[in-house]
Write a protein of this length. Structure first.
Length: 181
């Protein structure tokens, strides 16, 4: 008699287990999709749009993120990084941990006056910065031991070499007419 009950409850257990597994799988998929959507809202320029019109310098068009910043994926010395454009920063500012991973050398100690007070950093030079089809180098930068974020602040030591204009939620960057690439 006991054997019949075990046989009868076994398919129920399997059915319940499959339903639980389906719910877990559904929750995992929804979590993945939600995280992907959040990342796209944070960095809508994971693959910056480069426009190459005949006879014109290439341009990169960036979309503003949900917080009103221009965040984009690019590269420093051929290695992928996330940039946040910052016209208020005099140099490209690289978090210390990222600078170590990129193998950047620390130069002279510097002090910057920021909205949060005086910050100590080290001077460095980046061989090349790439944002979409735009490439510049060498570029003056600083290694910031106080910055714990993962994004590189793409400051004026890079941006001053480009023409840029904003229209609505789009920022367009291009080489100046005097530079032929």
């Amino acid at each position: 008699m006991r054997r019949q009950q075990d046989t009868a409850t076994s398919p129920r257990r399997i059915g319940r287990g499959m339903i639980a597994a389906a719910w877990i799988l559904l929750l995992l998929m929804l979590t993945w999709l939600f995280n992907k959507q959040l990342e796209e809202q944070h960095n809508p320029n994971a693959n910056p749009v480069s426009v190459h019109a005949a006879g014109k310098a290439p341009e990169v068009r960036l979309k503003r993120n949900r917080d009103g910043h221009y965040v984009a994926t690019g590269a420093i010395n051929g290695r992928p990084v996330e940039f946040m454009l910052d016209t208020g920063a005099s140099d490209v500012s690289i978090p210390e941990a990222l600078a170590d991973r990129l193998g950047l050398e620390r130069g002279q100690a510097l002090y910057y006056r920021t909205a949060n007070g005086t910050v100590a950093a080290w001077q460095t030079v980046v061989d090349e910065i790439r944002l979409g089809s735009l490439r510049l180098g060498p570029v003056r930068a600083s290694i910031n031991p106080n910055f714990t974020g993962k994004a590189v602040l793409l400051g004026m030591s890079f941006l001053k070499e480009l023409d840029f204009s904003q229209q609505g939620n789009t920022l367009t960057l291009t080489y100046p007419k005097r530079i032929s690439r």
